[in-house]
Design a protein around this ligand. Structure first.
Ligand code: UT7
Length: 326
């Protein structure tokens, strides 16, 4: 009888950002917003974001991210037997973005492919699910992806939200391994807070009904995010019998530089160890963590053997974390 793998381990990372960065001043002018570069930088830390051209879908952003991750892992698409795409902006109502991505990658293994919707926590949810599939022995090589085109669900007349988000995709290859690996994961939800961040529209008779744009109570989200990001980080550290001073890197969901700083401070993690890309990417929802991870790996910050804590929070409300040896 074959032994179950001890760990699931990230063997490659990749990411993709569409087009050129769009600075705050350019965005403000394009949408005639009553805002300023100073306000956006001071309140959020965001200086630029990337926005997909009209018609470009989440699976199209995910494709180059997955190809890079596969190349970094030394794997071919045919090695992949599980594709999970975390997205709240799928290509279609169905089929899933993961199934479309599987076809675009030319994966003909008949392995599983599905989308997972946990908004900005989506990547931590997807990684946690993929880890369980791999450690159960049912699958051996997964593509875990966060891909979003949030620009499609923004109300460009609402200055309180439209300046915050961007488009992009990030991916990791997760494989069965005997050496660590993902050490601990935790995922949570509390649906009673669904009203503070949502896109409350529906499809009825082929038409969008209700309000199909992102709506947010920014201050309520801010307070909730800082609390649960600290809680869930402590939860996975405790599960692995580690303390925050053993972390080499902290990658929180990239929503707001002030949320990142407050979270790092609560966890007693020095700012230099907290990865920030929100200044250049904006909030790319489920894509933000794998984008920041890939950028840090390719930039030479995160190295093999480093201890990394990934954590996200988003609509639902949902939150989750993964502690790993890279
Ligand atoms: O992925 C998770 C999803 N999102 C988040 O994590 C976001 C969490 N929340 C936040 O990041 C912050 O709450 C925001 C950046 C959204 C807002 O910052 P804030 O410091 O909480 O500002 P506020 O909402 O209290 O607004 C202060 C003022 C208001 O004007 P009045 O009522 O004081 O006259 C807003 O209307 O700033 C105004 N304002 C703006 N002014 C210029 C809101 N957006 C803008 C803007 N430009 N873009």
């Amino acid at each position: 009888m074959s032994q179950l793998p001890k760990y699931a381990r990230i063997t490659g990372t990749g990411s993709f950002l569409p087009g050129s960065p769009i600075g705050n001043a350019e965005l403000i002018a394009a949408h005639r917003l009553e805002s300023s570069d100073d306000w956006i930088v001071e309140r959020t830390g965001i200086r630029a974001r990337h926005l997909a051209a009209s018609g470009v879908t989440a699976s199209e952003l995910a494709l180059p991210a997955c190809r890079s991750a596969l190349e970094a892992a030394g794997r071919k698409p045919s090695d992949v037997d599980l594709v999970i795409v975390a997205t709240s902006t799928p290509d279609f109502i169905f089929p899933s973005t993961a199934a479309l991505l599987q076809a675009k990658l030319g994966i003909a293994s008949g392995g599983a492919a599905f989308d997972l919707q946990a908004v900005c926590s989506g990547f931590t949810y997807a990684l946690s699910v993929a880890e369980k599939f791999i450690r159960s022995g049912s699958h051996r090589c997964a593509l875990v992806v966060g891909a979003e085109v949030f620009s499609r669900i923004l109300d460009w007349s609402d200055r309180g939200t439209c300046v915050l988000f961007g488009d992009g995709a990030g991916a990791v290859v997760l494989e069965a391994a005997d050496e660590p690996g993902i050490l601990a994961t935790a995922i949570h939800a509390d649906g009673s807070h669904h009203g503070i961040l949502s896109v409350p529209g529906q499809i009825c008779g082929g038409q969008p009904t209700g309000d199909p744009f992102l709506r947010m109570d920014g201050q309520a989200v801010f307070k909730f995010a800082v609390k649960v990001l600290a809680d869930v980080a402590n939860e996975v550290l405790a599960a692995a019998g580690m303390s925050s001073d053993e972390l080499d890197w902290l990658i929180p969901h990239q929503a707001n530089l002030r949320i990142l700083s407050a979270t790092a401070k609560k966890l007693h993690v020095p700012t230099e160890k907290c990865i920030a890309t929100v200044d250049r990417h904006g909030n790319t929802s489920a894509a933000s963590i794998p984008l920041a991870l890939d950028e840090s790996v390719r930039g030479g910050k995160i190295k093999r053997g480093d201890t990394v804590l990934l954590e996200g929070v988003g609509g639902g409300f949902t939150w989750g974390a993964a502690l790993l040896k890279f």
